[in-house]
Ligand binder design. Structure first.
Ligand code: GTP
Ligand code: MG
Length: 326
């Protein structure tokens, strides 16, 4: 199947940021066009360092991300920022507050930083398919470092590990018992910890708590997870964070872990795509009506979901066989 070339493609390859913006919109609206483009230019993929930044709402993620981006650009890197907004449970729309807080960044710094807000709408977990595609587009565009901010309130915080090479988890002073309450999941995904708002009381305590918690957790990879104190609004500690992030990437490369992680990522992406395809084929072959019938049967307690799957599968297989032999 050939897809008509979208008119952003030439500009994209020539490094035009407006074309990049249109490509990311395409990832949201017509993913198949983007997929075939990425397939054609797969040689441009896999060069960027993807960084995930997560933490509780209001922890200063966007402020920190903006400062970090400016710091990295000053060191000669080109940077892409993706801000994944939590979907409002009421409207399905996205909270685009970040757009309001980032203009200084967008105007003040060089064209080396590309910023984009994305909705997590339409995803199974917290990160949409479009986010994964936008990361690939930024990578193919030639961004050296791609930073993805996700709010740490749901699934997205653990999903970030499926796209990011380095995960930064933000904490803020005064969380108190919340450090204990921070789900084990979020602690396990951290490659670096940041205690932001270190201008507030309790930053040292939070740092100590994190450090003692990390001591309990044996590091099998050989990477020592650092805890970095920052005051994002005053650009304090950001250079240290940039150093540690780059060191982590260096570690991933020299230890061979990067290859391992990316292989695992490809595997899960393959699985996801295959599941999607299977579900689509299944619905096509078996038909929506049968699906509905089985659903009703399960609801009324006539059969179990397991039995329904067995029967649906039988129908699917025999239908496939029939069409293959005719
Ligand atoms: N005192 C202090 N305030 C900060 C610091 N960093 C950020 N803030 C403030 O904290 C508030 C939230 O900052 P954001 O950067 O929007 O936080 P966020 O984590 O991106 O927020 P969401 O994306 O809405 O979850 C803003 O008013 C910032 O000015 C800091 O280091 N110290
Ligand atoms: Mg934010």
């Amino acid at each position: 199947m050939s897809v008509v070339k979208a008119d952003w493609q030439e500009g994209f390859l020539a490094g035009d940021t407006r074309a990049l913006a249109r490509a990311i919109s395409a990832a949201e609206n017509e993913p198949e066009v983007v997929h075939s483009f990425l397939q054609e230019h797969s040689g441009r993929l896999g060069r960027a360092h993807v960084v995930g930044i997560t933490g509780p709402p209001g922890a200063g993620k966007s402020t920190l991300t903006g400062q970090l981006a400016v710091t990295l650009v000053a060191r000669g890197y080109s940077v892409g920022l993706l801000l994944v907004d939590p979907s409002s449970p009421f409207t399905g729309g996205a909270i685009l507050g970040d757009r309001l807080r980032l203009p200084d960044l967008a105007q003040g710094s060089s064209s080396q930083i590309y910023v984009r807000s994305l909705s997590s709408r339409g995803s199974m977990g917290g990160l949409s398919r479009a986010t994964a595609d936008a990361i690939k587009l930024l990578d193919a565009f030639g961004k050296d470092i791609i930073i993805v901010e996700t709010v740490g309130t749901g699934q997205s915080e653990t999903d970030i590990i499926s796209v990011a090479d380095s995960v930064v988890v933000l904490a803020v002073p005064g969380l108190g018992d919340d450090i204990q309450a921070m789900k084990a999941g979020i602690l396990e995904i951290a490659d670096l910890f940041v205690v932001n708002k270190a201008d507030r009381d309790g930053a040292d305590k939070t740092e100590r708590e994190l450090l003692s918690m990390l001591k309990l957790q044996a590091s099998s990879s050989g990477w020592t997870i650092p805890v970095i104190k920052t005051v994002a609004i005053r650009n304090e500690g950001i250079a240290d964070l940039a150093d540690q992030l780059l060191a982590h990437y260096e570690f991933l490369q020299t230890s061979g872990l990067l290859l391992e992680v990316r292989t695992a990522r490809v595997k899960s992406e393959l699985n996801e795509l295959l599941q999607l395809r299977l579900t689509q084929e299944f619905q096509k072959v078996v038909g929506a009506a049968r699906y509905e019938e089985y659903t009703q049967q399960i609801v009324s307690g006539n059969i179990s979901p397991y039995e329904a799957v067995n029967q649906l599968w039988q129908e699917f297989v025999s239908e496939i066989k029939r069409s293959a032999s005719s």
